[in-house]
Design a protein around this ligand. Structure first.
Ligand SMILES: *Cc1c(COP(=O)(O)O)cnc(C)c1O
Length: 248
């Protein structure tokens, strides 16, 4: 029918299977096999449900302040979202808007990137890994509309040194570079320390893997105040209450 010509079509990301049967050792979505910290259960038990009659803090203040204090950055350098998937989707929408040049990411990587690119009509070009499944830095030294690389990469588990990201940032001052650090707590140096030096760097992390809280949906990002401001403007244009009170 005619109306279908104007539908925004996309091949959706398919989340990892959640088997119903017992006795399965599940590896596919990298959830923690251990429960979250005991303080999580305590906070849920002690939560005053009466607060739920009100809308949550629109600025996600409680969580922003805690994250800023914990990581030693300014509150204005932190963004939170409903899982890092939400943070990443907003970042694609906000920062990857070059009319012609493609966004670059590795060919073996988190399989959501090409879904967002397709959804938002962002041209992209995947860059092959080397024989050892490592990222080739030189592939990211050419004209592009943005860069996104997970570190460690998934599902390869390959960690790249922070120097590689610094070189890529230096080569790409005119686009936003995103480092997806979903697994950085398991080992490796975070690019967080670079945000004061590179205004175009966004570092994305999550509570889903190392903190065993995939079900709570907490993702966050660090960047320059300017970068974070743009991200918030886009986010608040979808939904002014971005995170629920219980989670915060
Ligand atoms: C799991 C994962 C995410 C998304 O995690 P959220 O649960 O949405 O925070 C993002 N990037 C990579 C590389 C992942 O493995």
């Amino acid at each position: 029918m005619g109306w279908e010509a104007n539908v925004r079509t996309v091949t959706p990301y398919v989340a990892g299977e959640q088997p119903k049967e017992q006795g399965v050792i599940k590896l596919n979505t990298n959830e923690s096999p251990y429960p979250p910290a005991p303080g999580v259960a305590r906070a849920l038990r002690e939560y005053d449900a009466g607060i739920l009659r009100k809308y949550p803090d629109a600025e996600t203040e409680p969580l922003l302040s805690e994250l800023a204090a914990y990581y030693g950055v300014e509150k204005e350098q932190v963004f939170v979202g409903v899982g890092s998937d939400d943070v990443l989707a907003m970042a694609f929408l906000t920062f990857f808007n070059h009319p012609t040049l493609p966004v670059l990411f590795p060919d073996i990587t988190y399989s959501f990137y090409d879904v967002w690119a397709e959804l938002f009509r962002i041209p992209f070009q995947v860059q092959p890994l080397d024989e050892q499944f490592r990222i080739k830095e030189e592939d990211y030294h050419k004209p592009n509309g943005g860069v996104i690389i997970p570190n460690p990469n998934a599902p390869t588990g390959e960690l790249a040194p922070i120097e590689m990201f610094e070189n890529i940032l230096r080569a790409n001052p005119d686009v936003v570079c995103i480092v997806d650090e979903a697994y950085i707590d398991f080992g490796g140096e975070s690019c967080l320390k670079l945000i004061d030096r590179y205004e175009n760097l966004l570092v994305v992390q999550t509570f889903s893997k190392s903190r065993a809280l995939a079900g709570m949906r907490i993702g966050y990002a660090f960047g320059s105040e300017k970068l974070i401001r743009y991200l918030k403007d886009a986010k608040y244009s979808f939904n002014s209450y971005t995170m629920n009170s219980v989670t915060m």
